[in-house]
Design a binder for this molecule. Structure first.
Ligand code: NAD
Length: 423
């Protein structure tokens, strides 16, 4: 099943449970606009290379399209369509007035020089400029894109429209109109939800072992936040492999070591030395193995389709937090449900990122700076309310949290669609 088919299945499951009007399901199952662009870029060696880019605008009944731009060699239209649809649903789960969109370029940015990356980014903006804008579609960072790339996008778009327009993207550096707390928002939002769930399940942080798959922006920050709260982070992985340490991992030390040694799996000795105790050990594990190691909470923060029908039955965690988009396939969901594993779905667990992006949009619009404390308080409030709404729907519909999150979102979207008198 393709990623977009997974998304459609999730929409269908929720629609069936909530007895949704078929017309609403049809609207939500089809993106409003799909843009595919060819991007000619002059490389440093003088040769011209063509890259493929996409922007999908899934739905804007609740507000302007919103969603990141991914630079990855495996980006394709199906993936971007799925990610765009999840953005619509995600914004609605947390009740912010934004719709869904997503973009991507087929490229491995690590193979490009900084100048080439900038030229590619600016070319992409030139090609999609007619369909983006602060009130139309507001991109943001995703895998392999960052604040610097967002600043290039804002600058190029401002040149095209002939006025300063920082509000065309979010996730900008602070000095370019960004907001405090955006880089930690996705993980922080997930942690707020996990804390509520832990409380409900009567679990104690100090007894809770955590594995983080994907030690990047979202996963690395999550490991830090959880360790600071007293959780025991015992495993971590990145694209090159993983590390499992029985006495725990110090996430900050791991972060510094990863920068020095390029990948977490080379940091085992370093981690063992930090503990300096008899019996402290770390083992290198593969990307597949780390998911199946002993732990209480498994944080998925890499890419989609990590837990599938082929490995779901071997997952030992009690709780899965999906900071990544689409890491669990619908078939895996069924297996995890039968094993009694609680999955906090992506559309809730990682919604903190777009929530703080929305704050950035408000900040850019009003010209008033939000403090880090204001951002955090408001983020916590929104994530906590969303959690309670989803939990209530899970109880009402006797459903999984994913189904309940879709029901929460779709009910709000249905009201918006009806309000606009479309049907
Ligand atoms: P990132 O590029 O900073 O980090 C991704 C990490 O995953 C990297 O460390 C990479 O090495 C690792 N990885 C890749 N394949 C792996 C594999 N098979 N096993 C283990 N690790 C692997 O990206 P990010 O911004 O942290 O995003 C990660 C996920 O979170 C994506 O699905 C993204 O869409 C989602 N997300 C991110 C944000 C955000 O604000 N950063 C917001 C919402 C959702």
């Amino acid at each position: 099943m393709s990623l977009f088919e997974n998304t459609l299945k999730q929409i269908r499951n929720a629609s069936t449970l909530m007895k949704l009007d078929e017309d609403i399901e049809i609207i939500l199952s089809n993106p409003q606009r799909i843009v595919q662009v060819s991007l000619p870029v002059r490389m440093d060696d003088g040769k011209l290379k063509i890259f493929q880019g996409f922007r999908v605008q899934h739905n804007n009944y609740a507000g302007p399209h919103k969603g990141g731009i991914r630079y990855h060699s495996q980006v394709d239209m199906g993936e971007v369509k799925a990610l765009a649809a999840w953005m619509t649903i995600k914004c609605s789960v947390v009740g912010i007035p934004l719709g869904g969109g997503k973009g991507g370029i087929v490229v491995n940015p690590k193979e490009l020089s900084e100048d080439e990356l900038e030229r590619l980014t600016r070319k992409y903006v030139q090609m999609i400029a007619p369909v983006i804008g602060p009130k139309i579609d507001v991109p943001a960072p995703d895998v392999n894109t960052n604040g610097k790339i967002m600043a290039w996008i804002a600058d190029e778009y401002s040149q095209i429209v002939g006025e300063e327009c920082p509000g065309v993207v979010t996730g900008k550096p602070l000095e370019a109109g960004g907001i405090e707390g955006r880089s930690t928002a996705t993980a922080q939002g997930g942690v707020y939800v996990l804390e509520e769930l832990m409380n409900d399940m009567g679990l104690k942080r100090e007894d809770t072992k955590v594995i983080v798959q994907g030690y990047g922006n979202a996963g690395g920050v999550a490991a830090n936040l959880l360790a600071d709260l007293g959780y025991k982070v015992v495993g971590a992985s990145d694209s090159q492999g993983g590390l499992f340490c029985n006495y725990g991992i110090n996430p900050q030390e791991l972060h510094s070591c990863k920068i020095e040694k390029n990948t977490v799996k080379n940091c085992g000795l370093h981690m063992t030395e930090i503990h300096g105790m008899d019996g402290a050990s770390c083992k290198k594990v593969s990307n597949d193995e780390i998911l199946e190691e002993e732990c209480d909470v498994l944080v998925l923060a890499a890419l989609e389709n990590q837990i599938t029908a082929s490995n779901a039955s071997r997952i030992k965690a009690k709780i899965i937090i999906e900071l990544a988009n689409g890491p669990t396939s619908p078939e895996a969901d069924e297996i995890l449900k039968s094993k009694g594993i609680t999955v906090v779905p992506d559309i809730l667990a990682n919604a903190g990122g777009v929530t703080v992006s929305y704050f950035e949009m408000l900040q850019n619009e009003s010209g008033k700076k939000w403090t880090a404390v204001e951002v955090d308080e408001k983020l916590k409030e929104i994530m906590t309310i969303a959690w309670h709404e989803v939990k209530l729907n899970a109880e009402t519909y006797k459903s999984t949290l994913r189904e309940a999150a879709f029901i929460t979102a779709i009910a709000r979207l249905e009201a918006k669609i009806m309000e606009k008198g479309e049907l």
